[in-house]
Design a protein around this ligand. Sequence first.
Ligand SMILES: Nc1ncnc2c1ncn2[C@@H]1O[C@H](COP(=O)(O)OP(=O)(O)OP(=O)(O)O)[C@@H](O)[C@H]1O
Ligand SMILES: [Mg+2]
Length: 369
Amino acid sequence: MSNVLLQGISKSFGELEVVHSIDLEIASQEFIVLVGPSGCGKSTTLRMVAGLEEISDGMLQIGDRVVNDIAPKDRDVAMVFQNYALYPHLSVADNIAFGLNIRRVKKPEIKRQVADVAQTLELTDLLNRKPSELSGGQRQRVAMGRAIVRHPKVFLFDEPLSNLDAKLRIQMRAEIKLLHKRLGVTSVYVTHDQVEAMTLADRIVVMHDGRIEQIGTPMELFRNPANLFVASFIGSPPMNKLSGSVTVKNAVPSLDIGHGASIKLRSDSVSSDDHGRSIVVGIRPEHMNIEPGNGPGWSEIPFDLTLVEPLGSEALIHAMVGDTPIIMKVETRNEVSHLNDATRFYVQAEDVRAFDAETGKALDFTVAG
Ligand SMILES: Nc1ncnc2c1ncn2[C@@H]1O[C@H](COP(=O)(O)OP(=O)(O)OP(=O)(O)O)[C@@H](O)[C@H]1O
Ligand SMILES: [Mg+2]
């Protein structure tokens, strides 16, 4: 178990820089998830930590040791890949024991450790099988076993579940989380799936174009995205975005989003410079209610309904606010036909976010409560 420190880490392939000066402090025992769209530099970053990719610039520390020039096998890290890279001709037991054999650990000790890990991962009955005789989930567990048996300071995972079907993925996701709870090994996990990121991470690192957009707990990113990129990437369906401007009428400032709808702001959060400023209002589908809310701090926004998608415990309502399509998510218990009559949604002040229309950066306008 160990902390990991990335300081100004960059990576270039030839002339082209693909990871731009990343700073990240990972605490001992923390579960960190790197998430972002394809090509944003997640695997490259992870492979630099593993030592599989040379670091072009910056400093990488594992524990209190700078490891930039330390060979992968001496870094005390274990990596689990998307394709599990098991040896097809070896049994499950020998696959798990492979690293121990290389390090010339004594036979009885190897046997004990393999039995131990097999029990943890429920592989005991499969130890004599070959990888080709296993299901995808079981192969995944063997790959994990091979990593665990090395007692690394850090686990590195690169999309380890993406070859599994949806149901197995959810099951293995829970197993990885449980395993981390039990072993407490510092982990860095790469995925492009924001649900996987939300469910596994202590903290999520959102990457985009080789840069870090935001670092935070799943709920911090969900509640307070630092910019429109994170707002769109985290959450499903993504945060709804409505364009508007700041107006001050009769000394009352508001976010005017057109179509007769506006959201009141607290006057102390707006300066005279803000008048006329173009903003994007962000509202999560989950925070749009079709029943009016009680008390102050609620805004009402009219829409034209497009269609209702029932999903069982919830329904998605697709609608247009002016020219902007929005999606609302509402809880359902019984029939949903009444939702087709909805003409407006209600949102509470504390659930509204504002972003600068040009830079996409979150603004700290305080919505009147
Ligand atoms: N060996 C290489 N030579 C040149 N460019 C590379 C090399 N490896 C990766 N890249 C480029 O670096 C960028 C980041 O790649 P990386 O594999 O880290 O992305 P990723 O975030 O893991 O994406 P994905 O979700 O698709 O796996 C991409 O633009 C990719 O084309
Ligand atoms: Mg990748």
